[in-house]
Design a binder for this molecule. Structure first.
Ligand code: MV4
Length: 499
């Protein structure tokens, strides 16, 4: 096995990879920017090297600097985490060229699946259903008009180079087409330096369901549980779960087989995720894209399959065969993950960087927190403000939700605003509990929530009232010499225990 691995990332995912290495008795090398001098991943690693100023393009995106550290430290492999250089085929080639192993897929697979239209062509050839539409860019407005008529409204215009919903436009009828095309092209040009746009039939109220796949260098390809990722806010995932509440073992097997067909078509290696849109109406599913990295939400798959996906990535990169076969994969219970961000849910999710003055993490049965910060540490303005991924596992979805609610109550962060209050309300939402999760869920939830006084507001008021009551009681108690330990906690008075 490898003796030393460099982790070309920061935050919680760097910590996650270091944990797997530690279990495998592999030494770890961290890299860090000036802003991350005191970061948790630097403290956890065996060695750490500064790679430059805070902005990512001068540090975590500098492939040459990272490869230089790998050579100097004697690392035999590089784990890219997600984001940054994880899907950069040129980086993979540069790493391989100096005799270091890249823990991830071959660059050809990355490139083939990197472009939306080339990914669509790969899926067609593999015999996997895609959303009806074009596999060539639109040449003109007339071209768009004819194609839209052929496939039928509503249609979706999408930037070829797109991502995060940029350059994407829903068009309900021909009258809207011209201006939508112009906006999509302008957005694509501004966002990606490329105004190429193509057209697809719009799937109404779709669910976003993705399949985790795993492949080794011996030609074995398997699918693991699906993840339901429909709960998104502005194309950012907020909550993920496994399995999907619309799970049926038949749908899972059909989607899984399609996912494996895509992986096989590109000779995939390592962890990958095949994204599908699933119609809420008739459960038909369509290939959307394949992400050629380990994803943020991998813990929910780990919780229900009992596998360690990072360990498996490392073993596969070393040349080993997968440690399990398709038949050996079972799904145990249900898992939910909340992405805890340093953002203010009361101020339109504005980033809330700063010092974490107090941090109390949740523990106990069925709770896992993949964190990247510590008490006294700072959340920087330079990077994604996710501070941890809180996951809960139970025998079924209801138990997973109960455990998540309890974990969210235990979790305390002081000094910065976080999305924890938002998740406490979400877990209490009847629609969420019922599993009615399409991609329009969050906008509808925000509507519902805006019209009623929230539990959070009520709780804050109750705590305030209790604190006042308690200080009055204290003032009285010193006069009547009641021992301090008989003073009732304001938390108890606020009814927090029975919440
Ligand atoms: C769609 C769609 C409906 N029909 N494509 C949004 C981001 C990108 N990855 C794909 N997206 C969508 N593509 C067709 N043909 C609806 C969405 C979509 C969406 C997808 C997944 C999760 C959240 C979403 C929110 C809005 C729209």
């Amino acid at each position: 096995m490898f003796k030393k691995i460099l982790i070309a990332n920061r935050g919680e995912i760097a910590c996650r990879v270091i944990r797997a290495c530690r279990e495998m008795k592999i030494e770890t090398v961290a890299v860090y920017s000036d802003a991350d001098r005191n970061a948790l991943h630097v403290r956890m690693a065996d060695e750490a090297y500064n790679i430059g100023p805070a902005p990512s393009n001068q540090s975590y995106l500098c492939g040459e600097k990272i490869i230089d550290v790998a050579i100097r430290s004697g690392a035999e492999a590089i784990h890219p985490g997600y984001g940054f250089l994880s899907e950069n085929a040129d980086f993979v080639r540069a790493v391989t060229k100096v005799g270091i192993t890249f823990i991830g897929p071959p660059p050809e697979a990355m490139e083939g699946l990197g472009g939306k239209m080339s990914a669509r062509r790969i899926a067609i050839e593999a015999g996997v259903p895609i959303v009806p539409g074009t596999t060539e860019p639109l040449r003109s407005f007339d071209d768009a008009k004819t194609t839209a008529l052929e496939i039928g409204y509503p249609v979706m215009l999408k930037a070829s180079a797109g991502g995060g919903g940029k350059g994407m436009r829903l068009v309900n009828e021909e009258a809207e087409l011209k201006s939508a095309l112009e906006t999509a092209q302008a957005e694509a040009l501004a966002g990606f330096g490329d105004d190429e746009v193509y057209i697809e039939k719009a799937v109404v109220r779709p669910r976003h369901i993705e399949i985790q796949v795993f492949s080794d260098t011996h030609g074995n390809h398997v699918y693991l549980a699906e993840r339901e990722c429909s709960i998104q806010r502005r194309h950012q995932k907020v909550v993920e779960e496994a399995p999907s509440p619309i799970n049926s073992s038949d749908l899972r097997a059909r989607m899984g087989e399609c996912a494996v067909m895509v992986a096989r078509a590109v000779n995939y290696v390592g962890a990958g995720t095949v994204e599908f849109l699933v119609s809420d109406v008739d459960r038909s599913f369509y290939f959307l894209e394949m992400n050629t990295r380990l994803q943020v939400e991998h813990p929910v798959t780990e919780l229900v399959t009992g596998l360690d996906l990072v360990r498996e990535q490392i073993c596969v990169a070393f040349g080993e065969e997968l440690s399990f076969t398709q038949d050996e994969i079972t799904i145990n219970g249900h898992a939910i993950e909340c992405r805890v961000y340093a953002e203010d849910p009361d101020a339109n999710f504005m980033p809330s960087p700063g010092k974490i003055t107090r941090l109390r993490l949740p523990h106990g049965p069925g709770v896992r927190d993949d964190g990247g910060v510590y008490e006294g540490g700072e959340v920087s303005i330079y990077y994604d403000p996710m501070i941890s991924k809180l996951a809960a596992h139970g025998r079924d979805r209801a138990e997973a939700i109960d455990r998540m609610r309890r974990a969210l109550m235990e979790y305390e962060v002081v000094g910065i605003k976080t999305t924890l209050p938002f998740f406490r309300e979400l877990m209490d939402d009847p629609e969420f509990q019922a599993g009615h999760l399409d991609t329009g869920f969050i906008p509808r939830f925000m509507e519902r929530k805006g019209t009623v006084r929230t539990n959070e507001d009520s709780r804050d008021l109750a705590i305030l009232a209790a604190a006042v009551a308690n200080s009055i009681q204290k003032a009285g108690s010193s006069a009547t010499s009641i021992a301090p330990d008989q003073v009732i906690s304001p938390w108890t008075l606020a009814g927090r225990r029975s919440e």
